[in-house]
Write a protein that binds this ligand. Structure first.
Ligand code: KG4
Ligand code: ZN
Length: 333
């Protein structure tokens, strides 16, 4: 019954989790509010905040799980992809902790961990399934053949879906991160008020940069006619943008499901917290008689529980790394 301490520090959330025999006992997430004032994550500030938050987050994770540090069998950490300075804090902590306690080290790929969040709890997909992984930095359709056998069959050629959300919110003058705010306003608006173009990208790939420009020009032109345009129509603008983003995503996911003949569809990553996308996937699966898998909210955005569950499955394979391990800002599957 391995007890695993997991650390996540790839971007701007410092998180620690304890998992015992594949069951998550705690999942502590320290958000970094400092970036709001800058309209995006400032890497230098993120690494400093991780440095301040990491020990309290681990202490809280142990306390909540009622686990003594001497009972831990392995420490799992996010090796990449992510901001190098942020990753370094988690990797260094994990190495020191493993060395001091003479326990195993397990490196985890952050994007694989987002997918493996589906193996927390009882309602799990079976292999193979498709996972639409949508975050601030990634937009991928992943063919999941096994725990660590995943193939990216479609991805963005430019911006990620989360970036499209965050950039739209910036154009609208909303604080960072904009995704949750767009979601909030969208719930009060009519998604069919404004129409934005669907990019014509062949195959299963995505593109969001043209949409971003279309939104920018749309807002600029309307504000020139009416300076109060944003304030007066914020709900309808957000609802319309959100609908365009999730229909782009779901149209490709549908195409992938038909092409690969897969009837289990999953969502992962920060953008999978989006209400429109979640409802859209449910409707798509219901219509086609397919099964949908949507993680709990706390496992959608960055969290260490997903690192813990990935670490647990690596532990079962005795897949450990040595003290020479280094973080990777870019880390392939
Ligand atoms: O996976 P994540 O927490 O961090 C990365 O690895 O990037 O994803 C963060 C992204 C941000 O772009 C944020 O705006 C978006 O997820 N996001 C949302 C929602 N909650 C977070 N986008 C739309 N609706 C939401 N409710
Ligand atoms: Zn993430």
């Amino acid at each position: 019954m391995p007890v695993i301490l997991a650390i996540e520090s790839s971007c701007d959330d410092t998180s620690a989790s304890i998992c015992a025999d594949g069951v998550i006992l705690s999942n502590i997430i320290a958000n970094q509010a400092i970036h709001q004032a800058y309209g995006g994550v400032v890497p230098e500030l993120a690494s400093r905040a991780h440095q301040q938050n990491i020990v309290p987050a681990v202490q809280q994770a142990l306390y909540t799980a009622k686990v003594n540090k001497n009972d831990i069998d392995a420490v799992a950490f996010t090796r990449g992809p992510g901001l190098l300075g942020s990753l370094l804090v988690g990797v260094s902590f994990a190495k020191a902790f493993a060395l001091a306690n003479k326990i195993h080290l397990i490196d985890v790929n952050h994007m694989q961990a987002h997918v493996l969040a589906h193996f927390i709890g009882d309602y799990k997909p079976s292999f193979p399934f498709l996972c639409l992984t949508v975050s601030g930095g990634h937009t991928q359709i992943v063919l999941v053949k096994d725990y660590f056998d995943m193939e990216v069959i479609g991805q963005t050629l430019d911006d990620a879906a989360g970036e499209a959300m965050d950039k739209t919110s910036k154009i609208l003058g909303l604080p960072y991160p904009g995704g949750p705010l767009i979601d909030k306003y969208a719930r009060l608006g009519n998604p069919d008020t404004y129409s934005f173009p669907e990019p014509q990208i062949p195959g299963l790939d995505f593109s969001f940069s043209g949409l971003k420009t279309a939104i920018l020009y749309f807002i600029r032109d309307n504000v020139a006619l009416n300076p109060e345009f944003i304030q007066q129509n914020i709900n309808d603008i957000c609802a319309s943008v959100e609908k365009r983003i999730y229909t782009i995503l779901l149209n490709k996911l549908y195409k992938a499901a038909v092409e690969y003949n897969i009837k289990q569809l999953a969502l992962a990553g920060g953008v999978s917290a989006n209400t429109g996308l979640r409802q859209g996937l449910l409707a798509l699966c219901e219509k086609n008689g397919w099964e949908s898998f949507i993680p709990k909210m706390e496992y959608c955005t960055d969290n260490a529980a997903m690192i813990a569950i990935a670490g647990y499955h690596k532990y079962l394979k005795a897949d450990f790394v040595g003290q020479e391990v280094a973080p990777m800002a870019r880390m392939p599957f």
